[in-house]
Write a protein that binds this ligand. Structure first.
Ligand code: SF4
Length: 337
């Protein structure tokens, strides 16, 4: 088995823009554009960026919850490698046993008309042949795994707090013992007091089950707490990938420096030494030429306006640090202290 569980190669998801009475296609939104990314077995890879940068679309495209436009999604399982992007209906159903998702909104992701037992048992009913008794035992086991009382089986979602609902969502995602879980902002809709409980639960489950997570978030504090490595997206592309500590302390791409500078500081009188990111993220239907970040970048030069930088290793062979900037080696960028 390889060290890598999942490899994205030139993964893209473009949405057509229709206009006029005839609804003709007049353009496309490149929500995910030629993304290359490796997710290692057993790690938590954080995927961060501003709203609208394409991180949730990437997560959904990996699971084929939305159909990718092009590219490969190579899943290196125990029994060989499959390209998830090419799977037919029956094979896709099988691979979904091994790849699951925890959704952002625990209020919208649980059907209010279903009891807890039915919600958690749903993947087992769809994808596993089990007797009714075995299924109930498995649901009880999962409820206990996520720290909920097995007496809650007959209750409906509205009787639970946000944190408890998210635990139910996690239990449902783990029902088939998947190797890979996409966690799409799983704590952003929760109170701060509950966020730590859910994050610690995810860490504990990973240690017990060896699950690999793609953790999508815009909260760098949460990313620092949970992730082994971090990938940063800007306008549908990956612009930096490194170990969490290296990326936060020594960023190699000005967008990441600006993102780190935007994190609110506990001390209101603390002076930020570098510029917070300016302006709005550009229109993904109308990408700027050259480096897509150049209209907002404090370090942009003429070459940035005409030549798109490649994502390349500016670290070492044993400790890679990928960055998409022409000047990664020469710029002295500030990370978090
Ligand atoms: Fe800024 Fe140029 Fe680097 Fe892009 S390539 S991040 S515009 S310095």
């Amino acid at each position: 088995m390889t060290e890598n569980l999942l490899e994205l190669r030139k993964l893209s998801k473009h949405f057509p823009i229709h206009s006029g009475l005839a609804r003709r296609v007049t353009g496309e939104v490149r929500a995910v554009d030629d993304v290359d990314l490796i997710i290692k077995r057993g790690e938590t890879l954080g995927l961060v960026g501003e709203s609208g940068c394409g991180k949730s679309t990437t997560g959904r495209a990996i699971l084929r919850a939305i159909e990718p436009t092009s590219g490969e999604i190579l899943f290196h399982g125990k029994d060989g490698t499959v390209d998830v992007a090419q799977l037919g209906r029956t094979d896709l159903k099988q691979i979904r046993r091994r790849m699951q998702m925890v959704f952002q909104d625990p209020y919208a992701s649980l059907n209010p008309r279903m009891r807890v037992e039915e919600i958690i048992a749903e993947p087992l009913i769809c994808l596993e042949r089990m007797s009714r008794g075995d299924r109930r035992d498995r649901v009880v086991e999962l409820l206990e795994l996520v720290g909920l009382n097995s007496q809650y089986l007959a209750r409906y979602p509205h009787t639970f707090s946000g944190g408890q609902r998210q635990r139910i969502g996690i239990a449902r995602a783990l029902a088939l013992a998947p190797e890979f879980v996409v966690c799409d902002e799983p704590v952003s809709a929760l109170d701060v007091s509950v966020q730590a409980q859910v994050l610690n639960l995810l860490i504990e489950l990973q240690q017990r089950l060896g699950t690999t997570y793609l953790f999508i978030s815009h909260d760098l504090g949460v990313i620092e707490h949970l992730c082994d490595r971090v990938a940063v997206m800007y306008l549908g592309r990956i612009v930096e990938v490194a170990d969490t500590e290296a990326l936060l302390r020594t960023p190699k791409m000005p967008y990441v420096e600006a993102l780190l500078a935007s994190v609110p500081h506990a001390d209101p009188h603390a002076v930020t030494a570098h510029a917070i990111v300016r302006g709005e993220i550009a229109d993904p239907a109308n990408r700027p030429t050259g480096c897509a970040f150049h209209p907002r970048c404090a370090y942009a030069t003429d070459v940035c306006r005409s030549v798109a930088p490649e994502l390349r290793n500016v670290g070492t062979r044993s400790n890679p640090h990928l960055a998409a900037c022409h000047f990664s080696e020469t710029l002295q960028l500030n990370g978090v202290a």
